[in-house]
Write a protein that binds this ligand. Structure first.
Ligand SMILES: [Zn+2]
Length: 307
């Protein structure tokens, strides 16, 4: 920490304008940003550009619910210039941030208004399923592009404060991302024309998206993807799918498609991917948040017979 600080001061003294220092190697160049999971990594990379190194605590190919941290990852938080996370979603990260006191942090739960969970599969009082992960609030706010704009602006402000010399660059990068997110939001607004409003998906990650664009989500599992749906819940999902003329059962890239495929098979329906962007891999339908969201939009338009 002391060495890094000294190196940063030295680099600052030697570099009178513009570019980040080079030479001394790795971690002394630019700001170290740690993101708790993919959408925050995306924002940090877009806004920080070459001026930051971004580390994602959630490994590619795993989903961020129930994340466990290694000792090394916990230690890395204490070294970070900025940590992006969301309290109430990943308990291990909440604990590690509290213990390790990073230089700066953004708790997205404090800048984006989180919604109460909406349960779209009503099973009556006795069989509510045994959800092992109870959320006070629905954590999946990043699936509303307008919330991503809020996060983008917060990251711009924080990076500009930590590295005032490059504030103009952070602002320009953030403006570019906000433009892309604004276009994405406008594209999604076309979902208002869909004949059919209901969609069925693997875990109930799309509540914010559904609320924003006037759709109705039915989650085969609740807010957590590792929750095993009860037979009663599966039967209820099938009933709702039939009643609402659903054409497609959606599954995800990072969790098993077994239950989704079996429901689709029973009902003779199609399956397709609706990606909650909890991580990105080679299997993702797109290289980044915006591209995968555009793929989600295309899938919803087809499934819900949109104009
Ligand atoms: Zn989720």
């Amino acid at each position: 920490m002391t060495l890094r600080a000294a190196a940063a001061v030295l680099a600052g003294a030697l570099t009178l304008s513009g570019c980040s220092s080079s030479g001394a190697g790795g971690s002394t160049d630019g700001l170290d940003v740690v993101a708790a999971f993919y959408p925050f990594q995306f924002v940090a990379e877009q806004v920080g550009g070459d001026l930051v190194q971004v580390t994602n605590l959630t490994q590619p190919g795993s989903e961020p619910h129930d994340l466990e941290l290694t000792a090394q990852q916990t230690a890395s938080l204490g070294q970070a210039d900025l940590v992006l996370y969301q309290t109430g979603f990943q308990a291990a990260v909440d604990d590690a941030v509290a213990q390790s006191a990073p230089k700066a942090s953004i708790d997205v739960a404090s800048i984006v208004p989180l919604a109460d969970p909406v349960e779209s599969v009503d099973l009556g009082e006795d069989d509510a399923g045994d959800d092992d992960e109870h959320f006070a609030k629905d954590p999946h706010e990043w699936l509303d592009p307008r919330n991503m704009i809020t996060i983008t602006n917060a990251v711009r402000d924080e990076l500009s404060e930590l590295d005032a010399e490059h504030a103009e660059q952070y602002r320009a990068n953030a403006d570019t991302l906000v433009e892309r997110l604004t276009r994405l939001d406008a594209d999604f607004a076309a979902l208002g024309e869909c004949q059919q409003k209901t969609f069925v998906t693997t875990h109930a990650a799309f509540g914010y998206l559904a609320t924003r664009y006037g759709l109705n989500q039915i989650g085969i599992s609740g807010l957590s993807p590792d929750e095993e749906p009860s037979p009663a819940r599966i039967a209820r999902v099938q009933q709702l799918a039939r009643d609402n003329g659903v054409t497609t059962i959606f599954y995800e890239t990072l969790v098993s498609d077994k239950v989704a495929s079996s429901i689709a098979g029973d009902l003779g329906l199609a399956t397709d991917v609706l990606d909650p962007l909890e991580g990105i891999t080679d299997q993702s339908r797109g290289d980044d948040y915006i591209e995968v969201m555009e793929s989600n939009l295309a899938a919803l338009r087809t499934a819900n017979r949109c104009g």
